[in-house]
Design a binder for this molecule. Sequence first.
Ligand SMILES: [Zn+2]
Ligand SMILES: [Zn+2]
Length: 465
Amino acid sequence: MKNSAAISLHIPPRMWSEFQKNMLNSRMFNEEVIGFLFCQRHQVSKYQVRYFPKTWVVPSPDCYEHQSASGLVLKQHFHSYLLEYHLQPGLDIVHIHTHAGRGIPDFSYVDDRYESEYARFIAASFSKKPRLISGVFDEGLQSGKFRVWDRKGQKFEHVNFCNSLFELSNYQNAMNNTDLMFARQKIFGSANQKILHQLKVGLIGCGGIGSIFAELLGRLGVKNWVLIDPDKLETVNLNRMPGATQEMVEQQWYKVHYVKHLIKKIYHEGSCVKTIATAVETELSKQEIATCDLIVVATDNHLSRKTAQELALQYMRPLVCLGTYIDVKLDNTPRMYCRVTVPPLGGGWCLMCGNIINLQRAALESAPLEINNMAAGAGYLEGVNNPAVFWLNSICASTGVGVIHGMVSGFLNVDSGIDWIYEFPGNDWRKTNTEYLQTDDCYFCGVKGLDEVVANSDFENSNFI
Ligand SMILES: [Zn+2]
Ligand SMILES: [Zn+2]
């Protein structure tokens, strides 16, 4: 038996619906249509490979040489343009075409022959030897299937398609008997409970918010964790970390080990917790975060949020950002805030756009300690002495867990992202209109962000074949 890795193609919900819409609009009647995605390949582990799009292109009707219900041919120079402008080195090509009718169609004999040739052609024509993934869908783009070709165009393997937030399947049902623990959550559905059990969460920051968050999400059913935090427990933390003790402080526990301890208290067996007691900027942390289905950042500094956002965009993983802030007005009354932010998966706006990352601060935080101390002295940085209370952190962490529960169960739509800010004592939740968060000049999601292109024939004056 060949022991090959499971291969998946992950197109996030909003992008997939845009792509579908453009595909359906690019025909007059029920002609076949084709669309392209240029995808990054990520070898998550020995057993898992995932592809996710960096750009996509749907040709308009005038890009076709021939387009009918029984077949299609793109104009040669359009095709050259496509490869020249969108196939960045290292990306692989996905093409999706439709067949007339409903239900999952089969690849035709013509598809086999054409794709085999095409797989060989692109592998031979570009230095990074891109691979071909092909998909065939029904005319309504509702059901379809994918396969990936080898570079010789001789063999192909099945590719799982995922167009939801998480790439988890609920076909594995390792646990049916420990369900009693979750009996009171049954109302949300056993499929969702299984997704929670499989979900691997990367938690950056295991302090006052992160620890409560882990306790809550752990109790909800999440068993697989990567914990990242370079700090050790200190006495000043004990006002806000559930179950933390003076003994742990004296024994110099790292915060990651303390949070692991919380998870292990929930699950005597069946949980998997990896601890990394370094900053998220280290290579090891980044590699581990890339394997997580969801990234949660609960730190009080801009550099780690910037890194988390970069990783989320680079590996196309959902990101949840949690933070609190307390200050005191001139008349001595305190103002307290917490903020829960989920940028849209696959780009659109990000933590930078949302002003949750301040790049100057991130730069200062990456500077040597002396500069940091100077900056702190000059009032540029909030130090570790930021005011913080358990109950406010709990509101933040609880809401973050509720948002994730909603993402998994589908009762909360985060396709356009969310940014909620809670204010106390006013006791108001304010929801940022995320349309305002989209900016063109953003360092993360501006120029370098995802291209969404409906191509047409206006490229005649460029130099192609
Ligand atoms: Zn076909
Ligand atoms: Zn941005």
